[in-house]
Ligand binder design. Structure first.
Ligand code: ATP
Length: 449
């Protein structure tokens, strides 16, 4: 694959520039920042919420709505703690950590190249002459809490570190209540929590994040074929929503890299400005989870058909909303000079853009223009996310929409009053078309399709 050769992100984005735009334009804020923030945690502002919602909607559309073999689920965040014993998370969901005796900081042993030395930030831990690292030690990533009035060992519970287990423990409920039979999937979007140690890189690694996971149950003999199928499908999803082919690659895990439950895993990696990193994992989990929960709960989790009975294998595509959103933002971020003025633009796929169309009276104080513009805006917002803006010079209003990635702007001017036409400005080409005001809604609906 040509993309294998690419070492460096192609484009204007850096993590810092994307983070700065996100803060300036109300997409993402550091959490509780008036108290100094909290590591690897962020809050989403208006446009961030809309963008994340669109990412989730596209995932749901492709994974559930446009298929007839996948059903939805929304399981609890705090499950019976036995779930996490059976799944192996209590024993093995850990990262190897090293401490530096000199700077007293703690790092992930397998990601030292992403961390900075506490004494000499230009170097990685272990590279500076004064670094004194301990041997790696396992550190469990699950957040503990207590359920009920007593705070003792018996009341310990966990915030889920993945949504998948909520799906496995509902296998029987779903197969007995829905018209499903293997191959079929159960899809879930929801918050997961991990006490991550490697800090930084904006949204890439967070301590609480929404996951989009789908467990696809198949006859064991068909598992490899379905694994290939889902790697391909998920790769296409990223491409269809606009990620550059040269920024995506598929990397199969080496045997020693595989998680305890996995028979085979391929990561779909994205070339973030910080380098190639996992965007999505597609694993063949075999029958590990259903067997573990059968044994631990005493409830048999298997498929019983008319003439067959077996424990299905599971193929799992798993991605978080934020890693996806960050990849879309990095790919879309662009800087250029237009008419001798710099312009920053987010070239987001229209379906992902937080706002689809801005309605702008050319002169904000002109009553005749605003009288035409406001009803158009009110009509458009019934079907799509729209904004009305009559403040500041028109150029400034366009730039603001460019920075939040709005694909179209409709301008109402003097000619609108004379002949009922408006200009439709394209964010990427900057081309302006003259179209009838009555046709705007249908035209945009068609383009969004
Ligand atoms: P990593 O190796 O980066 O820690 P992982 O292999 O532990 O990730 P999985 O357990 O396979 O990740 O989780 C599935 C998906 O969830 C990942 O592909 C990624 O998209 C997302 N994800 C995992 N951890 C985080 C996190 N801390 N913040 C944001 N997204 C995450």
């Amino acid at each position: 694959m040509a993309s294998e050769q690419l070492e460096q992100f192609e484009g204007a984005a850096t993590i810092e520039k994307v983070a700065s735009l996100c803060r300036r334009r109300g997409f993402v804020f550091p959490t509780s920042d008036i108290y100094g923030g909290l590591g690897s945690s962020f809050d989403f502002g208006h446009y961030g919420v809309l963008l994340n919602d669109n990412v989730k909607a596209e995932w749901r559309r492709s994974m559930i709505q446009e298929r007839d073999d996948v059903v939805a689920l929304d399981s609890a965040i705090i499950l019976n703690p036995q779930v996490w014993v059976a799944s192996g998370h209590v024993d093995t969901f850990s990262d190897p950590l090293v401490d530096c005796r000199t700077c007293k900081l703690r790092f992930r042993a397998d990601q030292l190249e992403l961390a900075s030395c506490g004494k000499r930030p230009s170097k990685h831990p272990g590279e500076y002459s004064e670094c004194d690292l301990t041997e790696p030690r396992a550190f469990n990533l699950m957040f503990e809490t207590h359920v009920g009035a007593l705070r003792d060992d018996a009341s310990i519970a966990y915030l889920r570190p993945e949504t998948a287990q909520g799906i496995f423990v509902n296998f029987k409920n779903v197969t007995s209540s829905m018209r499903v039979k293997p191959p079929f999937g159960i899809a879930q979007i929801g918050k997961s929590f991990r006490n991550e140690i490697t800090p930084g890189n904006f949204l890439f690694r967070m301590r609480e994040f929404e996951q989009m996971e789908m467990e696809f149950f198949v006859p064991p003999a068909d598992a490899e074929e379905w694994h290939r199928y889902w790697i391909e499908r998920r790769h296409s999803w990223h491409l269809d929503l606009g990620l550059r082919a040269t920024h995506l690659r598929i990397r199969a895990h080496e045997t020693e890299e595989l998680s305890h439950y996995s028979r085979a895993t391929s990561d779909i990696e994205y070339l973030y400005p910080i380098g190639w990193q996992e965007l999505e994992g597609v694993a063949n989990r075999g029958d590990y989870d259903l067997r573990q929960h059968t044994e631990a709960s005493g409830t048999t989790l298997e498929w019983i058909g008319h003439e067959e009975r077996y424990v299905p294998y599971v193929i799992e595509p798993a991605i978080s909303v934020v890693r996806s959103t960050l990849a879309f933002l990095c790919d879309a971020y662009d800087e250029e000079v237009v008419a001798e003025r710099p312009r920053t633009v987010l070239r987001l796929h229209p379906r992902l853009a937080p706002v689809k169309v801005a309605v702008l009276p050319l002169i904000g104080k002109d009553a005749a223009m605003t009288e035409k513009a406001r009803p158009l805006y009110e009509e458009l917002r019934k079907t799509m996310s729209a904004e009305y803006d009559d403040a500041a010079a028109i150029g400034k209003r366009y730039r603001r929409q460019d920075e939040i990635g709005t694909p179209w702007a409709v301008t109402i001017d003097e000619q609108t009053i004379a002949d009922g036409t408006v200009t439709l400005r394209d964010r990427d080409t900057l081309a302006q078309e003259r179209i009838a005001i009555d046709s705007v809604r249908q035209l945009l609906v068609d383009r969004l399709d």
